[in-house]
Design a protein around this ligand. Structure first.
Ligand SMILES: N[C@@H](CCC(=O)N[C@@H](CS)C(=O)NCC(=O)O)C(=O)O
Length: 210
């Protein structure tokens, strides 16, 4: 590994956390540059030339520039020996990709109004009814994960995979949110307890929400 890769993004971002978790899990050295929200950077012409969306994260690895956090995580696994968490076998890999797509298509649209409506909105401005409604839908989505985890340690079985590492970040945002009610989801909770003790979760994920 010649040089450190660069990762742009503030550490409070769930999508940036994905890339930090995976880079550290694989032992990929990186330099992180604060960007997004109050740090700015994302609207500069230099940043936009790397990421035309003006969103975080973005990475640069030599000549390779990438945005979209799930794609970045897949790239890190493929480039830096991540076969243990992202196997080359097509069926195993597709099973993992399916959960990453599910996160983007199903969970994140429901997570955003709950997370932003509570953690990132002052209490006096929170729309309690809208949050309760959104939290109910988010709880139903996490019910799918809860059911799939029945009788299993991790999504694929005995060992955590890229899907566990990435989904766990958003499960934490759901389970650690003090402003919402949740149905009883024992498999989800037990799985997150197994995730939170991982060194990469202690370093990047398992903190009070901000
Ligand atoms: N689908 C994109 C979403 C990127 C995104 O929306 N990132 C948020 C942070 S999680 C962002 O850039 N917010 C604006 C900001 O922080 O200024 C990904 O997964 O990378």
């Amino acid at each position: 590994m010649a040089n450190k890769i660069k990762i742009w993004g503030r550490t409070s971002s769930g999508n940036v956390k994905k890339t930090l978790v995976v880079a550290d899990e694989l032992g990929v050295p990186y330099e992180r540059i604060d960007a997004g929200m109050h740090f700015g950077v994302v609207d500069t012409p230099e940043y936009r030339s790397l990421n035309p969306n003006g969103r975080i994260p973005t990475i640069q690895d030599g000549d390779v520039v990438l945005w979209e956090s799930n794609s970045i995580c897949r790239y890190l696994c493929m480039q830096y020996g991540g076969e243990a968490i992202y196997p080359a076998d097509p069926a195993a890999r597709a099973g993992i990709d399916r959960w990453l797509d599910w996160l983007l298509s199903t969970v994140i649209p429901l997570d955003v109004p709950v997370f932003w409506g509570t953690i990132r909105t002052p209490p006096e401005k929170q729309d309690k009814a809208a949050i309760a409604e959104a939290a109910k839908k988010l709880g139903a989505a996490f019910g799918i994960l809860d059911a799939q985890l029945s009788g299993k340690k991790f999504l694929g079985g005995e060992r955590y995979m890229l899907s566990d590492l990435i989904l766990g970040i958003f499960a934490h945002r759901y389970l650690a949110n003090p402003h919402i009610e949740r149905p009883d989801q024992p498999n989800l909770k037990a799985w997150y307890e197994r995730m939170r003790v991982l060194p990469v979760y202690k370093k990047h994920v398992d903190f009070p929400l901000e």
